[in-house]
Design a binder for this molecule. Sequence first.
Ligand code: SF4
Length: 399
Amino acid sequence: MQKTELKPSYYDQFTCIGGACEDTCCAGWRIDIDKKSYQKYKNEKNPEIKDALKKNIQRNRQGQNDLQYGKFKLDPDGKCTMLDEENLCTIQKTLGEKALCHTCTIYPRQNIQINQTFEKSLDTSCPEAARLILLNKNGIDFIEDEADIPTFSFNYLEQQDEIRDYFWVNRMFMIQVLQNRTHPIELRLLLIGLYMKKLESLPLKARYKQAEKLVATYLPLASDPELPEMFKEFKPNYVKHQQLAKYFLKSFVAYSERFRLVAGLAFEEKDLQKTDIFENTQTFESFIKKYRPIYKNHEEIQMVLENYLVNLIFSSYHEKKSQDVLAFFSYLTIQFVLLRLLIIGNINKLQMNEDDLVTMIQAFSKAGMHNNHYIPTSLELISLTGYSKISQAIHILVL
Ligand code: SF4
């Protein structure tokens, strides 16, 4: 059977900008080494590099699979210890591109083969990729084509027909709703939340059967002028937002200097002690109410959030046993809510032009989305006893 490839139209425009990069991927986070490369590095015979390799790599005992078997040691500035004085990779320089480990070869590409389709996308933690993804004025579109022989390795996911159909229906629904600009981004997410709540109420087998019918009911609502009416009783939960902001912007220890800078600036207000914002819910609420109108009416903010979410759905939702669409919706929601806090928290001091928005989202993506504890802790923070997971996610969307 002919294999196909599916990718956002920005994908082929990407090239690494190397030395011109403002936040290189060789610094600021853990750099994983897959098991095969790790063993190759440990046994390397080339006298020019073998000692450095032995010294600068180590096992990653917390790794969750063979791709996270080892890691490069970082210097005190958080830079990979295999870089030379000119910030060039000594592995690539000495042993060639083929000697790079899996992470360094594919980054920032995210590749997965689902049945006969190679799906390709990019990750917003790379600044150059983030620009291509986020600044699509008319929204991200996708290209389907015959597949070339893959030059990168792809993770493989086999989906049975029933799951494959369910996956496509859910993914198309989420993307179509998010790209329908009739209503603000919160309302689009709330509409997706309503659909998820309906799915949640059904047994698994019934979800597979009924998803398509449900989409036929819920999708037209994305263009319905009455949609805001459906959510008018929903009120923001400022206590939860404050808890999230406190964890995310004050307590979270990120390697990334860029993230620390934007997080450190957030929720600073003249004549106001920062502690008041994080400790006093009324002060926090006043801050949000004061700046919320600017956030809601800002076209570029709406655009980058839409593109971020669409890219996340395409690259990260895959419908397999351990990650079904309901868990994915909570994951999507928490990312949106944290990003929104970062943006609103900085709205009184940054211009929120394209550069500011790309910097914030790229820093957020690099610091938070590549950290194993970050999202699970955030999800715990929004837990409300007596509510289903989807209700919790819907609750936190309202602002
Ligand atoms: S972060 Fe992206 S643009 Fe920067 S060095 Fe890495 S791959 Fe290249």
